[in-house]
Design a protein around this ligand. Sequence first.
Ligand code: NDP
Ligand code: 8X3
Length: 257
Amino acid sequence: MTDMRGKTVLVTGASAGIGAACARAFAEAGARLVLAARRTERMEGLAAELREAHGTESHLIALDVRDREAVEAVIGGLPAEWAEIDVLVNNAGLGRGLDRVQEGDVTGWDEMVDTNVKGLLYVTRAVVPGMVQRGRGHVINLGSVAGHEVYPGGAVYCATKHAVGAITKGLRIDLVGTGVRVSTVDPGMVETEFSVVRFAGDQERANRVYAGMTPLVAEDIAETILWCATRPPHVNIDEIIIKPTDQATSTLVHRKQ
Ligand code: NDP
Ligand code: 8X3
């Protein structure tokens, strides 16, 4: 059962990578979309593509999830026909750098914590009360293998994804009995703009991350998220870890010579 007709799905970080792939997957399944990110022109292109391909209705919101007041105002102020969110995909996130803590860039730390942890919380806080009121809804967080392991230079990014894991578990505890479901999908290496962003636009360094191995693609994760969202209402998928076959752990990756 992958029918999402009549369902409203809010995807944060919908302008690229996994978020854009989620928009495509949910649109194909018949959902209507609330798309949020900072780069509105990209979302406009995506919305036009999905309208053309599937007749998808989209509502775009220009949003920096780090801006608490904006999150409250924009999500609290959604027009009535878009306000009842059935599925929230908390996807907006990023890594910055791969430096040891003692050499780390504090600005990058702020950006990761403010986006991956606080931003996710702000959006969740704005959306979940409506779900509770309606007695149904589904929050799907983007965790990571970095929420299960820690690797060199990854202390702060890994800390944010460990936090996402804790928030997912805590939210599920807090929402038990409300009918609202809470899941986390935790990928390993997915080739998106993630590494280009992590290395501040250094495309060559980003390419080296995936050299000689076959990474996941954003569609692999979107398909998994859609699968979680389309289980029957009594089924809650708690957590899925999904890695490329070439990746055993964060640091053990098989590469062809
Ligand atoms: P991309 O860089 O391709 O996409 C990131 C998305 O997040 C963009 O749409 C970006 O939009 C949005 N975003 C970033 N900061 C903000 C912000 N402050 N406010 C609103 N939106 C924001 O990366 P991925 O698609 O790979 O990453 C998506 C999620 O998946 C992240 O949470 C990441 O940590 C997680 N993840 C990624 C993995 C990978 O290997 N790629 C593996 C495991 C988890 P814009 O810049 O327009 O605002
Ligand atoms: C992103 C995957 O391995 O770069 O969450 O931390 S990794």
